[in-house]
Design a protein around this ligand. Structure first.
Ligand code: ATP
Ligand code: MG
Length: 351
């Protein structure tokens, strides 16, 4: 099916000026978000997931951030060149965000109701009364029981899961075109996590929101994503449909990542461990930054960073193993076995 892109990130390159030097956090990230899809961003801690997505709505600290290259197209504007005044209008109305810890995003001194109603008044030009009615209906929609009473309450009177529901209500209040969810369930316990994921799935179907979903839980990815982008050391190293990434991964990093990540339901023992650790982004090594951890690394991996090789129209991976002259290497059995657990999730998806 031919799909239209709603957001187009091109060659995004971001560094931070720190005491130790220049941290090369994002090194040429390119991807499209298609209309109505959920794109999952995965990768070890520090791979640049949050930084890449924060750039979209200009949430990076001005003080020490340098965006040296790149474009982020939303309709006919480059969001990197949008004034902070215009970005304020886009944020919340067109592009909404949910983060891991709702307590830091909510204002502790304002009632929850007011915080849900505010964007409706600001972006939708609703009257105070209309905004209140709409806010209460949103609270009900995200599963907050006793919404009329709870409208008057403050964030600290809500549990973690309920606060995240409030954040979702705020995010969806203005029917944004794009939702960026950065580990929205990480801080919650497992049962609540599952409820929030189901809620997000439902709302996404209802509003047809295009979503970027960052998570460390590959069970969640298998469950909700249409496509997956795998990040490593500030780059996307593999991107494809959820089936391509889970059933036919091409990058050795993706093999290891899939086998090493716990799922919501899976016991943690028997997980694979990728040897070594991600490179220091102050001093990105020559060649493929994954080379020193890659048991299939070729000589060229230590000399030149691979560009994306095409696997299918929707599937690309940046590994020299895809070069026509590279030796043919199969996904190791040990890795395959651990990745089989995703098959049931993929098979029962959408039921
Ligand atoms: N404000 C900042 N100043 C300096 N370095 C930063 C800043 N923000 C992020 N970084 C660095 O940029 C790199 C990418 O960070 P980012 O937060 O995007 O990782 P992530 O993939 O979201 O990881 P996690 O899974 O832990 O959330 C890391 O090395 C991080 O330390
Ligand atoms: Mg992050």
């Amino acid at each position: 099916m031919e799909r239209k892109s709603i957001l187009s990130v091109k060659d995004l390159t971001i560094s931070f000026n720190t005491f130790e030097g220049e941290v090369n956090a994002v090194r040429g990230v390119t991807f499209d978000l298609e209309e109505g899809e959920t794109l999952a961003l995965v990768g070890e801690s520090g791979s640049g997931k949050s930084v890449s997505t924060k750039a979209i709505t200009q949430l990076l600290p001005k003080r020490n951030t340098t965006i040296s290259k790149g474009e982020i197209w939303y309709h006919d504007q480059d969001l990197l060149k949008t004034s902070s005044k215009d970005m304020k209008k886009i944020r919340g109305k067109d592009i909404a965000m949910i983060f891991q810890d709702p307590m830091t995003s909510l204002n502790p001194t304002l009632t929850v109701g007011r915080q849900i109603a505010e964007p409706l008044i600001e972006h939708q030009a609703m009257s105070k009364q209309a905004a209140k009615t709409e806010a209460i209906s949103l609270m009900k929609k995200v599963g907050i029981i006793g919404a009329e009473q709870r409208f008057q309450q403050y964030p600290h009177q809500f549990s973690g899961g309920m606060r995240q529901r409030v954040m979702i209500a705020i995010a969806l209040a203005c029917h944004p075109k794009i939702l960026i969810a950065d580990e929205p369930t990480t801080a919650l316990d497992v049962t609540i996590q599952a409820q929030i994921i189901d809620l997000l799935k439902e709302l996404q179907a209802e509003f047809d929101t295009s979503t970027i979903f960052i998570t460390h839980d590959l069970g969640v990815v298998a469950n909700i994503a249409d496509r997956v982008a795998v990040m490593y050391a500030g780059r996307i190293v593999e991107i494809g449909t959820v089936d391509e990434i889970f059933y036919n991964p091409k990058h050795p990093y993706t093999w290891g990542l899939l086998a090493s990540m716990p799922t919501m339901k899976m016991e943690r023992e028997d997980l694979y461990t990728i040897p070594g650790s991600p490179p220091n982004l102050l001093n990105v090594p020559t060649g493929d930054p994954f080379a020193s951890r890659n048991m299939y690394a070729l000589e060229i991996d230590f000399q030149e960073e691979p560009q994306m090789f095409k696997v299918s129209d929707t599937h690309y991976a940046a590994t020299w193993l895809l070069h026509p002259n590279a030796p043919e290497i199969e996904v190791p059995d040990e890795i395959k076995r651990r990745n089989e657990r995703f098959a049931t999730i993929l098979a029962t998806k959408g039921e």
